[in-house]
Design a protein around this ligand. Structure first.
Ligand code: ADP
Length: 449
């Protein structure tokens, strides 16, 4: 029951209530009809017996039965008994209990095991203390048959009505709740499209649905404003931080060129330079993400040869790889031209290869393979590093997600940015990895957009 939708629950409730009311009304109706039919027959029986008595002619000391007196008329059988209950004239229905006592002036029902009759006795006195009993017997089979058919008819009508009420209430609820469905669909669309500028359409009637849609739109408005403020803030702050960090890096590099510095000073400066470089990378990732989100990041397309681009990127990372004894190899198809934004695509491969080094093993390897497919260039970057567990495979694309604190090197922004750039080029990226064995990131980029 818990899993049923509101529509189904309400339909069951309505239908049960209507079925109960209908059931009670029908049972009362059947009971009333039965009573009505019985009392009509009782009256009829009394009337007919009285008329039958009228047809007999009583004289002093005896009574006479005219030849035209019928002991079976209109379904009623008549019998004449003496005062001791001995049958003098008349007919009795088959199986009628012959020992049924005579009893004055009340209609009653007499039954053997299966059949039922309505019986009316009347006593008549004539002459000197002479008495006869006249009994009328009416079969109530007809009433019973009629009531049985009525019961079947009522049962069928009951079932048809209940099904009808069920369907009608479901349809009505479906209609009444349709705006809720459409509100849910619109909210889903807004969520899936990550587009908070969309709004729900407002119903014309100023009812509860109108209020609901207005409240949602109000909430979207506030969310949009606060997201906009946050994006603007991130964009402004990262932009403002770029210059001081650039100055810090260039000053460190300049000072490190000074031969007169002591080894300790040089070491201190190198640490500052390393951290400043790291900060610069993070700031540029933040800025790129902020710009991509508020739509101010424009891609400038040009023809790019992928093999060369990847070679350039790996050369840039050569020093970092050598420090850990990691060997980078590139093989596969050359001269793969695609249309794309060079600096953004460089960021993609820079991040992927950099991650391969960062999460690689000392003296390990990174293998880059390029391949041409019918419409796509396929680039795979494989390492024999620490790998990623199955549970984390989907999450690594989320912004700020890092597999575990102990192995963190960045802020968990790199892959989210990589995915955004690949998507902006109408490409796809996925990962195959096994914990402790290594990872393989596979990028598909279409030749033309
Ligand atoms: P970060 O800047 O922290 O490296 P990323 O978005 O680039 O963030 O990566 C997210 C997480 O994915 C990282 O914290 C890391 O644990 C995991 N990861 C990324 N690349 C690899 C790889 N080649 N091998 C193992 N783990 C990886």
């Amino acid at each position: 029951m818990k899993k049923l939708s509101i529509k189904v629950k309400m339909t069951i409730l309505y239908t049960t209530i209507i079925a109960l009311i209908l059931g009670i009304v029908m049972i009362c109706g059947l009971f009333y009809m039965n009573q009505l039919e019985l009392s009509k027959s009782e009256e009829q029986l009394q009337e007919n017996v009285d008329q039958f008595v009228g047809d007999l002619s009583f004289k002093k000391g005896s009574y006479e039965i005219n030849s035209d007196v019928d002991f079976y008329d209109e379904g009623i059988m008549y019998a004449i008994y003496d005062k001791n209950g001995v049958l003098l004239h008349g007919v009795l229905p088959q199986e009628f209990p012959t020992l049924t006592k005579l009893s004055t002036n009340n209609v009653r029902t007499v039954s053997n095991n299966e059949k039922h009759w309505m019986v009316y006795d009347t006593v008549y006195n004539y002459g000197n203390n002479q008495t006869v009993w006249i009994r009328g017997i009416d079969s109530i089979h007809d009433i019973e048959d009629f009531m049985a058919s009525l019961r079947i008819f009522m049962l069928v009508a009951f079932l048809v009505l209940v099904i009808f009420v069920g369907i009608i209430s479901y349809r009505m609820l479906q209609r009444a709740l349709k705006p809720v469905d459409s509100i849910c669909k619109s909210v889903d669309q807004i969520r899936d499209g990550n587009n908070l500028t969309n709004r729900l359409s407002i119903p014309e009637k100023k009812d509860e649905m109108y209020k609901l849609a207005m409240t949602f739109n109000d909430m979207f408005q506030r969310l949009e404003e606060s997201f906009e403020n946050e994006k603007q803030f991130t964009s402004d702050v990262s932009h403002e931080l770029r210059t001081p960090i650039a100055v810090l890096i260039s000053q460190c590099e300049y000072m490190l060129e000074n031969e007169q510095l002591s080894e300790d000073d040089k070491m201190g400066l190198s640490i500052i330079l390393r951290q400043a470089n790291r900060m610069s990378k993070l700031i540029s990732q933040l800025l790129m993400i902020a710009r991509s989100e508020n739509g101010t990041l424009r891609l400038s397309y040009e023809e790019i040869e992928l093999h060369m681009l990847i070679e350039m990127v790996s050369e840039e990372l050569e020093e970092k790889a050598t420090k850990r004894g990691i060997e980078i190899t590139i093989d596969g198809a050359k001269e793969i031209y695609i249309s794309g934004d060079q600096s953004l695509l460089m960021r993609v491969f820079l991040n992927l290869i950099d991650n391969g080094i960062t999460y690689g093993t000392d003296n390990g390897w990174i293998h880059i393979h390029l391949e041409k497919q019918e419409h796509n260039a396929v680039i795979s970057i494989e390492d024999n590093g620490i790998g990623i567990s199955k549970t984390n495979l989907e999450k690594i694309w989320n912004r700020l997600y890092q597999v575990e604190q102990s192995r963190n090197h960045g802020m968990g922004l790199g892959l989210s940015m990589v995915q955004w750039i690949v998507k902006a080029h109408h490409g796809t990226i996925h990962v195959e990895s096994e914990l402790g064995k290594g990872s393989k990131f596979i990028v598909h980029l279409p030749f033309t957009l």
